[in-house]
Design a protein around this ligand. Structure first.
Ligand code: HPA
Ligand code: ZN
Length: 345
């Protein structure tokens, strides 16, 4: 059994990918306080912070998420969350990140999408210069506000193409916006060479995952944990190696299919040879970092050390990097693992 500080030191040195991370949720408490003061000219109290992060389910969490988005009053506020992202990357030893950005709430209050995209590009380049890490964006067209809103978001993405935006995602309230309603949005994204991923099976049963596969043709499934109820679906996922972006702590918070960490299906999926990746979803909201998440797998779900390495490799396999880039990162994982593992034991 590795001691906690040794585990954290070791894992930090292994290059890792994170594929399911929402930029507005990498925000720090300090940034929340700054934005609140800028907007309201009064301090954001500890009690208000506690209340903000108290929710019982996915829809409650989404309401809190929208409250955080409401704190933004100008485009340069995004600089603060990209600084928080940079710190998160460094703290966790990330080598590559794919991040969701959800524009709907900002567009509703009059922000210009092209200005937002300019800001994203500037900040992604800054992170690259300062850390060497590549950040790619997936625009969450959102299922919360209906298909028409998602189509509008896609129009904006198509009208403001930058290489850093590699595709679209579908986040938000799964019970209110069924996967199948967004087939046309996803078709149009694919026709325009955008990659597509979708949250599914986070708050709705396996049928939502099947729709994300058969109607949305998503290249990865966000969460996908209700697949645990459907043997055929788990077999399909194993056969096709369609990746799942698993975020265990997030699922414990939103409660629908997992009450306690120890009963999370990630171990079963892994043992059935499904291509699972490990992610945090919303670090500040769920009080979790990527290394915490690996630590929990090690201590609560009894993943062995070599299984943790496999999950780290899966993160690159399931990414949208080129095959050469994947190989190069995976070699770096193998080499650093060998080197630091020898020091550890
Ligand atoms: N699910 C749906 N919408 C979201 C999530 C999530 O996990 N995180 C941020 N928006
Ligand atoms: Zn998510």
């Amino acid at each position: 059994m590795i001691k906690k500080p040794d585990f954290y030191d070791f894992l930090k040195k292994i290059p890792k990918a994170e594929l399911h991370l929402h930029i507005e949720a990498v925000i720090s408490e300090a940034t929340i306080k700054k934005l609140f003061f800028k907007k309201n000219n009064v301090e954001f109290t500890d009690r208000a912070m506690h209340n903000l992060f108290s929710y019982e389910d996915l829809n409650g969490f989404i309401a809190a998420y929208l409250q955080v988005q409401e704190l933004f009053t100008s485009i340069d506020d995004f600089d603060l969350i990209f600084d928080d992202l940079k710190n998160y990357i460094l703290d966790n030893g990330l080598a590559y990140v794919e991040v969701f950005a959800a524009p709907s709430a900002f567009l509703k209050k009059g922000f210009s999408f092209s200005e937002m995209v300019k800001n994203y590009k500037k900040n992604i380049q800054k992170i690259k210069q300062e850390t060497g890490v590549t950040v790619n964006l997936l625009i969450d067209v959102s299922r919360t506000f209906g298909e028409e809103n998602a189509q509008k978001n896609l129009d904006l993405v198509l009208g403001n193409r930058i290489p850093e935006i590699i595709g679209i995602g579908l986040g938000g309230a799964e019970t209110k916006g069924p996967s199948k309603d967004f087939g046309h949005v996803f078709q149009r994204a694919r026709d325009n060479n955008l990659l597509t991923v979708a949250h599914a099976g986070e708050d709705v049963g396996p049928e939502s995952i099947w729709d994300a596969i058969n109607i949305l043709h998503a290249k990865r499934i966000g969460h996908g944990i209700s697949a645990k109820f459907d043997e055929k679906l788990m077999q399909y996922l194993a056969d096709t190696q369609l990746p799942l972006e698993i975020c265990p702590t997030s699922n414990v918070f939103t409660k629908k299919y997992v009450q306690i960490y120890e009963e999370h299906p990630i171990k079963m999926f892994f043992e059935k040879n499904i291509l699972v990746t490990l992610n945090t979803d919303d670090p500040l909201f769920f009080g979790v970092s990527l290394i915490d998440e690996y630590w929990k797998l090690y201590t609560k779900l009894h993943f062995k050390k070599n299984e943790i390495k496999q999950l780290i490799l899966n993160g690159f396999t399931a990414s949208f990097l080129t095959d050469e880039e994947k190989e190069s990162f995976k070699n770096a994982v193998e080499q650093t693992w060998e080197k630091f593992d020898a020091e550890l034991s």
